[in-house]
Design a protein around this ligand. Structure first.
Ligand SMILES: [Zn+2]
Length: 161
């Protein structure tokens, strides 16, 4: 299925299918969501689609939020609360995912900045970026925090459907 090296969480096929369907549905906007998994195993098996509030932020304050949802994502406060609350439970958030529209699955400088706070990971999760195009899903890539370079780096890829 994938070559994500343990102990990084591998997204299971059923969750990946949910994420791919979400990315296609929200095209040409970026979608975003969270994948939860069992605390005691390097798996992420429950994908939950979140709303991308970037268009709302852009409409309210285009100077502060220059990008709209075609090229950016933002989780709503309620979804961030769910993510943080899950970290104390049996099914913690393992992955935050979003799609890239027509540009491929890479971790942009905007993505690096959003995933860090004062040079540390904002959340103890990894990130999956989905490559979505008008023709369909081109696959996805997973990114993990690298303490040496103090950046998120690609650790593996998932094939398209
Ligand atoms: Zn991105």
């Amino acid at each position: 299925m994938s070559d994500i090296p343990a102990p990084h969480p591998t997204v299971l096929a059923e969750a990946l299918a949910v994420m791919y369907a979400h990315a296609r549905k929200d095209y040409p906007n970026e979608c975003c969501g969270i994948v939860f998994g069992p605390r005691d195993a390097p798996l992420a098996d429950r994908a939950v689609a979140c709303a991308n509030i970037q268009n709302q932020l852009h409409a309210e304050d285009p100077a502060a939020h220059t990008r709209d949802a075609r090229t950016a994502y933002n989780l709503a406060a309620g979804d961030i609360f769910k993510l943080q609350k899950s970290l104390r439970g049996d099914s913690p958030a393992k992955i935050v995912y979003h799609s890239h529209v027509d540009v491929g699955a890479y971790f942009s400088e905007t993505d690096q900045a959003a995933a860090q706070m004062e040079g540390e990971p904002t959340y103890p999760v990894e990130y999956v970026v989905i490559d979505v195009r008008a023709s369909g899903i081109g696959g996805a890539a997973q990114f993990a925090w690298d303490p040496a370079s103090r950046r998120y780096v690609e650790i593996g890829r998932y094939p398209g459907p």
